[in-house]
Design a protein around this ligand. Sequence first.
Ligand code: 3PG
Length: 222
Amino acid sequence: MVLPFFLMDTNDMSTTIRDIMYTAPVIPVITLDRTEDALPLAECLINAGLVVLEITLRTPAALEAISLIRKAFPQAITGAGTVINPQTLDQAINAGASFIVSPGATPALLDAASANGIPILPGVNTPSEIMALLDRGITAMKFFPAEAAGGIPMLSAIAGPLPQALFCPTGGIKPGNAKEYLALANVACVGGTWLTTKALMAEKDWSEIGRLAAEAAGLVSN
Ligand code: 3PG
């Protein structure tokens, strides 16, 4: 069942990754260099309608940013990205992440996510990787790096033999191709950095980020 975000209790571990994927058409992939930017950035994305946020664990500011956003905007769904092993998974959970995103899918990471009961979007880009996740009962995945790994033709081809897999493509998604990805039956949402580029973040250009976010929030998933 897909719940509007304001009805979701993001502390509720029964919220599935599929619910999260269908909450907004675009998940901004955010890398924060300054903790002070966390709240103004989150505010403009959330106000624009992008209520699912992925904060990548690529900077020292990331974990504190997750905690701050989680406290200030409990109605949003704040997850941690670039979670690559059980250690970073623990850090993300302790910071208050509501879901986990990974560029890949190691058994150790999947076991840790399952043991902690936290929704996870593991990364794949081949049929065998998808089949390995399906064997574990995982049907929601990040398709990464989307454009480099074959993009829309690859996802369309995968839908033939493996229609039960649902994807959030990330990597090379832009306003120019997001709509086409979202039209695919096996795509629930897309992720990307185009809303929060290094340049826009360095300039604290919240108004342009808000404009791009509103445009992204207006995209429609199939
Ligand atoms: C990521 O960092 O998870 C993705 O690579 C984002 O890709 P993009 O910068 O092409 O949107």
